[in-house]
Structures are given as C-alpha cells and as structure tokens.
Design a protein. Structure first.
Length: 214
C-alpha cells in the first residue's frame, strides 16, 4: 500500500502539471491580488505561484473557496497535518537531545572512572598471602606486603591480619602461601577496623566509586 503522504504528493504533482500552463488571477481572503500568475507547485497546505518577484507560497486558508476545491486543498486538514509534523519533529529533537545528553554523561562518567582507575592502580601492592578461613564472599588471611627499598629491591613488611574481598581459587588451601597483587579498600570499621584488600582492580574501582558518591 502506498504511503498516504507519497500519494498526496503524487496527486499534487499531477494537478500542478495540469495547471502549469494556465495563468491564474485571483484575490486572497486578506485582499492580496495575484494576476496572471503560473502555478509552480500544489501542496497540501497551499500553492506555490510564480510572480515577477519570484516564487511565493499562498497558504491554503488564504485561497478563495473555489480554488481550494479546485486544487483539493483542505486548510483544516493541512493545519492538523502540519501540527502533527511539528509535534513529531519536536519529539524527535527532544529524544535526540536526551540521547546526546546521555552519551555526554556516559563519556563524562567513563572519563572519571578512567582517572579513578589510574589512581587506584598506584595503590597496587605485591603481597605474600596466607589464607586462613574461607567464606562465600570473603577470605580472612595474613599478608606480608613487599615494600620497595631505595636500592630498587623489596623487603617484606610486618604481617597483617586482613580480610580479602572474594573467594580464593579452589586450588589454594588454608595455610598455603601465594603471591598476588592487592588493592587496599579501607577497613571493616567499628572497634575491629580490620584492613580490607581485593585482588581485583574492577572491585577496587567499584568500592572507591561508591565511597565518592556517598
């Protein structure tokens, strides 16, 4: 089935062709007179005529009733169609603006996360980890952090009792010693205030991002 708008344009072009060579003289409803003008195009909301000053659009509501009927122009329907088109355009641009704002916001957040990740990466420490007890979402452990020395080497720090975010690999047993990189993510709070670490940079970013939003 043909698109109604395409069908209207096809009819309009056909009508315009039929009257293209026929000069037209008429007076608009507001009193403006056109003499021996040629029709350039017939539109749903009016007609375009060629005058000595160029092409002018005569709105359908200004045409005499006989010309409205002759060219099948209904000003009320044309106004409704124009209103719908304007509404559709406004909706489109509002949606486009919202999408642009959302994209800009995502870019802004992505840039902030990138910078936060770079800062957290500086906190990364290599550690000797001895897991003690395993839980569903965390592990208690003792760790010795490798501290850089002035001569470019490393020494182990004093032992710390900590909580690690997440489970250890199944291959690791209590009492084993494994080396891994850890990121500090605060402490448990309260009177205990046990230091907490995570081996995941992504989890560390989540923790720090959540803390910044509080």
């Amino acid at each position: 089935m043909k698109n109604p708008t395409s069908l209207l344009l096809t009819i309009a072009i056909g009508i315009a062709s039929a009257f293209a060579d026929e000069p037209l003289t008429f007076k608009t409803r507001d009193g403006h007179e056109y003499k021996n003008v040629e029709i350039s195009k017939i539109l749903p909301n009016g007609i375009q005529v060629m005058t000595n000053d160029g092409i002018e659009l005569v709105p359908g509501e200004q045409l005499p009733e006989d010309l409205q009927k002759r060219f099948n122009i209904d000003p009320q329907k044309a106004a409704e169609a124009e209103k719908k088109a304007a509404s559709a355009a406004a909706t489109y641009f509002r949606r486009s603006e919202a999408q642009s704002n959302a994209i800009a916001a995502r870019k802004d957040v992505a840039e902030k996360v990138k910078k936060l990740r770079e800062e957290i990466e500086k906190l990364k420490r290599r550690a000797d980890v001895e897991p003690l007890t395993f839980h569903e979402t965390w592990t208690s452990a003792e760790i010795w952090i490798y501290v850089p020395t002035d001569n470019g080497g490393e020494v182990k720090s004093s032992m710390q009792s900590v909580y690690l975010d997440g489970r250890m690999p199944d291959s690791v047993q209590a009492g084993d010693h494994v080396e891994m990189f850890l990121y500090p993510i605060g402490n448990t709070g309260g009177t205990e205030r046990t230091p907490c670490f995570t081996p995941s940079i992504d989890r560390a970013v989540q923790y720090y991002a959540a803390a910044l939003m509080k």
